[in-house]
Design a protein around this ligand. Structure first.
Ligand code: FPP
Length: 256
């Protein structure tokens, strides 16, 4: 199972992954890929160099998620608040996302990755939003890893949009709005709740990411900046997750 992972020998892979044997893996892992700017600053480079390096990390982590046969992975690429960054950095990021997507669609198709975007995709630069819709369509029949990329995404904004949709759908109906109504109208509709949320580069906050879906998520953080985050770190997070006791508000441990 691990033989294709990271282009290493089966023996090396087995050593790294044998600790995951028998572990319960999260159904849905979400990652806040933070610290690109700090990574670049430490090296005397422009912040944009950190974002470029971050793309490689993302590619490696998606590959690991595919090889581990994870069900769902969601990554935070650009928040509704990130527009406050200097225009040249925002422009650079939009081009980086476009180039990444263009390059990766074929590979994702081969890897059976099903793609979706969370957030206000239609408010991104037109070339990028068109490509995003094309990519989703191209990969719609895939049945493997459910990869979600949050771009121009904010958790509060997502909830507000869901509430507006629910109000519109139910305006002439006399019925109670349920938790399921909310679930059904989020950008993540149909995905499992987030079990594990990973944040790199040391800050311990949610930053408006998946605020509904992480209600009972386990938090895992590392001081490493995103470009330094490796598949082994990812495995460590999964391993640690599998040893957490989750009670979901009750007193008994619930088996994941
Ligand atoms: C956070 O680092 C990172 C981002 C806002 C952009 C995330 C983008 C990537 C990881 C590139 C790959 C993504 C895709 C979808 C191709 P920061 O700039 O906030 O770092 P800092 O906190 O050190 O300043």
């Amino acid at each position: 199972m691990w033989q294709s992972l990271f282009g290493r020998s089966a023996e090396q892979d087995n050593t790294v992954f044998e600790k995951l044997e028998g572990c319960s893996l999260p159904k849905h892992t979400a990652i806040i890929m933070d610290g690109n700017g700090r990574w670049a600053k430490l090296r005397g480079l422009a912040r944009t160099a950190g974002h470029t390096a971050g793309v490689n990390t993302l590619r490696n982590i998606i590959k690991a998620a595919v090889d581990l046969k994870l069900e769902a992975l969601t990554v935070y690429a650009f928040s509704t608040e990130n527009w406050k960054r200097p225009a040249p950095e925002v422009d650079f990021l939009m081009t980086l996302f476009y180039d990444y997507l263009k390059k990766e669609i074929a590979e994702m198709k081969r890897d059976n990755v099903k793609l979706r975007f969370l957030g206000r995709i239609d408010e991104l630069p037109i070339k990028l939003s068109q490509l995003a819709y094309e990519a989703v369509d191209e990969l719609k029949d895939n049945k493997g890893l459910a990869l979600s990329v949050a771009m121009n995404y904010g958790g509060q904004d997502e909830l507000l949009r869901a509430v507006r949709k629910i109000v519109a759908i139910n305006k002439d109906k006399d019925r109670e709005i349920t938790l399921q109504d909310v679930e059904n109208n989020l950008d993540t509709a149909g995905l499992p709740q987030v079990d594990l949320i990973i944040r790199t580069s040391g800050d311990l906050r949610l930053s408006n990411f998946l605020i509904w879906q992480t209600a009972y998520a386990e938090f895992w953080a590392t001081e490493k900046n995103w470009p330094d985050f490796t598949p082994e770190d990812f495995i460590q997070a999964l391993y640690d997750f599998s040893h957490r006791e989750r009670r979901f508000g009750g007193v008994e441990a619930v088996k994941c």
